[in-house]
Design a protein around this ligand. Structure first.
Ligand code: ZN
Length: 151
């Protein structure tokens, strides 16, 4: 029962984590967008100055002031987004640690089972208490050192 509770708890954590990872991606994407916008604004200021210099007309400082104000606004946006990102990453790290520690053994045979992340997703593996090798959950002996899990 304890194990099932743990699995449910882990599944809940994983779902939460997946959602947070999506949030992280969204925020990273937003930051990229705002930074790109600022690059274009900087270029606009440059072009404005260049055109004025070339044509001998005075630089219209009002236009440049407006562009600078937009850049400043964007820089605040980026700072706020980066704060949110840091907060989410701290939460994700805490949830990850929770996942690796709250699986409790249910019987002698399953005492070495741990929930692990693999390329195929999250699954149980049996870890050898002798050599630390990872085995299929239903293994009777360790594939690396031959340790008998039924001992
Ligand atoms: Zn082993």
């Amino acid at each position: 029962m304890k194990l099932f509770k743990s699995i449910r708890h882990n599944a809940h954590n994983l779902a939460e984590n997946a959602k947070k990872n999506v949030d992280v991606k969204k925020i990273e994407f937003a930051i990229k967008g705002v930074k790109k916008e600022n690059t274009l604004l900087y270029a606009q200021i440059g072009k404005l100055v260049y055109t004025c210099k070339k044509s001998g007309k005075p630089i219209v400082s009002k236009e440049i002031d407006d562009l600078c104000a937009q850049i400043d606004g964007n820089r605040i946006k980026v700072a706020n987004l980066e704060n949110k990102l840091t907060e989410l990453n701290v939460q994700n790290k805490a949830a990850d640690e929770d996942i690796s520690f709250n699986v409790e053994p249910i019987s002698k045979n399953e005492r070495d089972l741990r929930l692990v992340r693999t390329d195929e997703g999250v699954r149980f593996m049996k870890f050898c208490p002798n050599c630390g090798g990872a085995n299929e959950p239903d293994s009777d002996v360790c594939a690396s050192c031959g340790y008998n899990f039924k001992n």
